[in-house]
Design a protein around this ligand. Structure first.
Ligand SMILES: [Zn+2]
Length: 250
Protein backbone atom coordinates (compact mmCIF):
# COMPACT_ATOMS: atom_id res chain seq x y z
CA UNK A 1 0.00 0.00 0.00
CA UNK A 2 1.32 3.44 -0.93
CA UNK A 3 2.36 5.75 1.90
CA UNK A 4 0.89 9.24 2.20
CA UNK A 5 4.18 10.65 0.91
CA UNK A 6 4.05 8.35 -2.16
CA UNK A 7 0.46 9.40 -2.84
CA UNK A 8 1.41 13.09 -2.54
CA UNK A 9 4.38 12.58 -4.88
CA UNK A 10 2.15 10.82 -7.44
CA UNK A 11 -0.41 13.64 -7.38
CA UNK A 12 2.32 16.29 -7.71
CA UNK A 13 3.89 14.48 -10.69
CA UNK A 14 0.57 14.15 -12.48
CA UNK A 15 -0.56 17.69 -11.85
CA UNK A 16 1.70 20.77 -11.61
CA UNK A 17 -1.36 22.71 -10.44
CA UNK A 18 -1.86 20.30 -7.51
CA UNK A 19 1.84 20.57 -6.65
CA UNK A 20 1.63 24.36 -6.60
CA UNK A 21 -1.46 24.34 -4.38
CA UNK A 22 0.18 21.91 -2.00
CA UNK A 23 3.25 24.13 -1.72
CA UNK A 24 1.04 27.12 -1.01
CA UNK A 25 -0.87 25.21 1.67
CA UNK A 26 2.36 24.13 3.39
CA UNK A 27 3.74 27.69 3.27
CA UNK A 28 0.50 29.05 4.75
CA UNK A 29 0.60 26.43 7.51
CA UNK A 30 4.22 27.28 8.38
CA UNK A 31 3.37 30.96 8.38
CA UNK A 32 0.49 30.35 10.78
CA UNK A 33 2.42 28.22 13.23
CA UNK A 34 5.99 29.49 13.13
CA UNK A 35 5.92 33.14 12.24
CA UNK A 36 4.43 36.16 13.93
CA UNK A 37 6.06 38.60 16.27
CA UNK A 38 6.80 36.72 19.48
CA UNK A 39 7.01 40.00 21.40
CA UNK A 40 3.41 40.93 20.58
CA UNK A 41 1.75 37.62 19.63
CA UNK A 42 1.37 35.36 22.69
CA UNK A 43 0.89 32.21 20.62
CA UNK A 44 3.89 33.00 18.39
CA UNK A 45 5.82 33.42 21.68
CA UNK A 46 4.96 29.78 22.50
CA UNK A 47 6.06 28.65 19.05
CA UNK A 48 9.35 30.52 19.31
CA UNK A 49 9.98 29.16 22.81
CA UNK A 50 9.32 25.62 21.63
CA UNK A 51 11.59 25.96 18.63
CA UNK A 52 14.38 27.22 20.89
CA UNK A 53 13.85 24.28 23.26
CA UNK A 54 13.74 21.83 20.36
CA UNK A 55 16.99 23.13 18.88
CA UNK A 56 18.94 23.67 22.09
CA UNK A 57 17.67 20.82 24.26
CA UNK A 58 15.55 18.18 22.50
CA UNK A 59 17.74 17.71 19.43
CA UNK A 60 21.01 18.11 21.34
CA UNK A 61 20.22 15.38 23.88
CA UNK A 62 18.60 12.73 21.73
CA UNK A 63 19.91 9.96 24.02
CA UNK A 64 17.89 11.38 26.94
CA UNK A 65 14.73 11.91 24.90
CA UNK A 66 15.00 8.46 23.30
CA UNK A 67 15.22 6.95 26.81
CA UNK A 68 12.22 9.00 27.99
CA UNK A 69 10.13 7.48 25.20
CA UNK A 70 10.21 4.25 27.19
CA UNK A 71 9.29 5.66 30.62
CA UNK A 72 10.19 8.05 33.41
CA UNK A 73 12.33 7.56 36.51
CA UNK A 74 12.26 10.84 38.45
CA UNK A 75 14.09 10.89 41.80
CA UNK A 76 12.11 13.88 43.02
CA UNK A 77 8.51 14.77 43.52
CA UNK A 78 8.26 18.53 43.89
CA UNK A 79 5.19 20.27 45.28
CA UNK A 80 5.33 24.00 44.65
CA UNK A 81 3.09 27.03 44.30
CA UNK A 82 1.39 27.90 41.01
CA UNK A 83 2.93 31.39 41.25
CA UNK A 84 4.53 32.30 37.91
CA UNK A 85 7.72 33.48 39.64
CA UNK A 86 8.64 30.22 41.35
CA UNK A 87 8.83 27.53 38.67
CA UNK A 88 10.99 24.71 40.11
CA UNK A 89 12.27 23.67 36.66
CA UNK A 90 13.64 27.19 36.23
CA UNK A 91 15.06 27.48 39.76
CA UNK A 92 16.79 24.10 39.83
CA UNK A 93 17.45 23.61 36.13
CA UNK A 94 15.74 20.22 36.07
CA UNK A 95 16.12 18.10 32.97
CA UNK A 96 13.10 16.41 31.42
CA UNK A 97 12.26 13.32 33.47
CA UNK A 98 14.05 14.51 36.62
CA UNK A 99 11.13 15.76 38.75
CA UNK A 100 7.49 14.74 39.01
CA UNK A 101 5.62 17.89 39.88
CA UNK A 102 2.45 19.22 41.46
CA UNK A 103 1.79 22.94 41.57
CA UNK A 104 -1.18 24.50 43.30
CA UNK A 105 -2.13 27.66 45.16
CA UNK A 106 0.25 28.01 48.13
CA UNK A 107 1.91 24.59 47.64
CA UNK A 108 -0.59 22.78 49.87
CA UNK A 109 -0.70 19.05 50.59
CA UNK A 110 -4.09 18.05 52.02
CA UNK A 111 -4.15 15.39 54.74
CA UNK A 112 -5.15 11.84 53.75
CA UNK A 113 -8.91 11.32 53.84
CA UNK A 114 -10.63 7.94 53.54
CA UNK A 115 -13.37 9.52 51.41
CA UNK A 116 -10.89 10.78 48.84
CA UNK A 117 -10.57 14.39 50.00
CA UNK A 118 -8.69 16.31 47.33
CA UNK A 119 -7.91 13.63 44.72
CA UNK A 120 -5.82 15.90 42.49
CA UNK A 121 -2.88 16.12 44.88
CA UNK A 122 -3.49 12.69 46.42
CA UNK A 123 -3.54 10.88 43.07
CA UNK A 124 -0.30 12.55 41.93
CA UNK A 125 1.26 11.65 45.27
CA UNK A 126 0.07 8.05 45.01
CA UNK A 127 1.45 7.67 41.48
CA UNK A 128 4.79 9.24 42.40
CA UNK A 129 5.31 7.18 45.54
CA UNK A 130 3.80 3.82 44.60
CA UNK A 131 4.60 3.56 40.91
CA UNK A 132 7.46 5.90 40.12
CA UNK A 133 9.08 5.22 43.50
CA UNK A 134 10.48 8.72 43.89
CA UNK A 135 13.16 8.97 46.58
CA UNK A 136 12.58 12.56 47.71
CA UNK A 137 9.47 14.66 48.12
CA UNK A 138 10.20 18.38 48.42
CA UNK A 139 7.48 20.86 49.36
CA UNK A 140 8.59 24.36 48.44
CA UNK A 141 7.15 27.55 49.88
CA UNK A 142 8.17 30.98 48.72
CA UNK A 143 8.43 34.64 49.73
CA UNK A 144 5.54 36.98 48.91
CA UNK A 145 3.08 34.12 48.36
CA UNK A 146 -0.35 35.60 47.60
CA UNK A 147 -2.05 32.42 48.79
CA UNK A 148 -0.34 32.56 52.16
CA UNK A 149 -1.19 36.25 52.52
CA UNK A 150 -4.84 35.35 51.92
CA UNK A 151 -4.58 32.56 54.51
CA UNK A 152 -3.05 34.91 57.10
CA UNK A 153 -5.45 37.80 56.53
CA UNK A 154 -8.75 35.96 55.94
CA UNK A 155 -10.67 34.18 58.65
CA UNK A 156 -12.46 30.93 57.87
CA UNK A 157 -15.70 31.51 55.95
CA UNK A 158 -14.96 35.16 55.19
CA UNK A 159 -13.34 34.88 51.75
CA UNK A 160 -14.58 36.55 48.59
CA UNK A 161 -13.60 33.81 46.11
CA UNK A 162 -15.51 30.70 45.12
CA UNK A 163 -12.57 28.36 45.68
CA UNK A 164 -9.39 29.97 46.96
CA UNK A 165 -10.11 30.46 50.67
CA UNK A 166 -11.75 27.06 50.93
CA UNK A 167 -8.63 25.44 49.46
CA UNK A 168 -6.33 27.44 51.74
CA UNK A 169 -8.08 26.10 54.83
CA UNK A 170 -5.81 23.06 54.38
CA UNK A 171 -3.19 25.33 55.98
CA UNK A 172 -5.30 26.59 58.88
CA UNK A 173 -2.95 24.97 61.43
CA UNK A 174 -0.16 27.13 59.98
CA UNK A 175 -2.34 30.22 60.38
CA UNK A 176 -3.05 29.29 64.00
CA UNK A 177 0.69 28.80 64.69
CA UNK A 178 1.45 32.12 63.01
CA UNK A 179 -1.10 34.01 65.12
CA UNK A 180 0.24 32.33 68.28
CA UNK A 181 3.91 33.10 67.59
CA UNK A 182 4.00 36.35 65.59
CA UNK A 183 0.36 37.51 65.74
CA UNK A 184 1.39 40.93 67.07
CA UNK A 185 3.79 41.59 64.18
CA UNK A 186 2.76 43.30 60.93
CA UNK A 187 1.20 41.31 58.08
CA UNK A 188 4.48 40.88 56.19
CA UNK A 189 6.22 39.38 59.24
CA UNK A 190 3.26 37.06 59.78
CA UNK A 191 3.43 36.02 56.12
CA UNK A 192 7.18 35.32 56.36
CA UNK A 193 6.51 32.96 59.28
CA UNK A 194 3.45 31.35 57.72
CA UNK A 195 5.14 30.81 54.33
CA UNK A 196 7.49 28.36 56.08
CA UNK A 197 5.05 27.03 58.67
CA UNK A 198 2.57 26.06 55.95
CA UNK A 199 5.32 23.91 54.40
CA UNK A 200 5.68 22.15 57.76
CA UNK A 201 1.92 21.52 57.79
CA UNK A 202 2.19 19.99 54.31
CA UNK A 203 5.10 17.78 55.44
CA UNK A 204 3.06 16.59 58.41
CA UNK A 205 0.10 15.94 56.11
CA UNK A 206 2.34 13.89 53.80
CA UNK A 207 2.92 11.48 56.68
CA UNK A 208 -0.84 10.94 57.01
CA UNK A 209 -0.72 8.88 53.78
CA UNK A 210 -0.01 5.32 54.99
CA UNK A 211 2.21 4.41 52.01
CA UNK A 212 4.25 7.61 52.45
CA UNK A 213 4.75 6.98 56.15
CA UNK A 214 5.73 3.36 55.54
CA UNK A 215 8.42 4.33 53.02
CA UNK A 216 9.75 7.15 55.21
CA UNK A 217 10.08 4.75 58.16
CA UNK A 218 11.72 2.20 55.84
CA UNK A 219 14.17 4.90 54.65
CA UNK A 220 13.10 4.44 51.05
CA UNK A 221 11.68 7.93 50.88
CA UNK A 222 12.66 11.20 52.50
CA UNK A 223 10.57 14.34 52.73
CA UNK A 224 11.94 17.86 52.83
CA UNK A 225 10.72 21.40 53.26
CA UNK A 226 12.09 24.09 51.00
CA UNK A 227 11.79 27.85 50.84
CA UNK A 228 12.61 30.02 47.85
CA UNK A 229 13.14 33.69 48.66
CA UNK A 230 13.25 35.50 45.33
CA UNK A 231 13.54 38.85 47.11
CA UNK A 232 16.99 38.05 48.48
CA UNK A 233 17.79 35.29 45.99
CA UNK A 234 18.19 32.36 48.37
CA UNK A 235 16.94 28.81 48.80
CA UNK A 236 16.67 26.97 52.12
CA UNK A 237 15.95 23.29 52.65
CA UNK A 238 15.12 21.36 55.81
CA UNK A 239 13.71 18.08 57.06
CA UNK A 240 10.26 18.20 58.64
CA UNK A 241 10.57 21.20 60.98
CA UNK A 242 12.71 24.21 60.15
CA UNK A 243 12.50 25.40 63.75
CA UNK A 244 14.09 22.32 65.30
CA UNK A 245 15.73 20.41 62.46
CA UNK A 246 18.88 21.14 60.55
CA UNK A 247 18.48 23.41 57.59
CA UNK A 248 20.77 24.29 54.70
CA UNK A 249 20.69 27.64 52.98
CA UNK A 250 22.01 28.26 49.47
ZN1 LIG B 1 2.55 31.20 46.26
Amino acid sequence: MATIQQKVDAICKSSPEAARKLEEAIAALEKTTLSGDASTDPIARLGKGFQTFKTNVYEKDSALFDKLKTGQWPKYMVIACSDSRVDPATIFGFNAGEAFMVRNVANMVPAWEPSGGYPSVASALEYAVKHLKVEHIVVIGHRLCGGIKALVTTEEGQGSHDFVENWLEIGKAARAATKAVVGSEDVDEQCKFCEKESVNVSLTNLLSYPWVKEKVIGKKLSIHGGFYDFVEGSFQVWDLDVNVGHSRKF
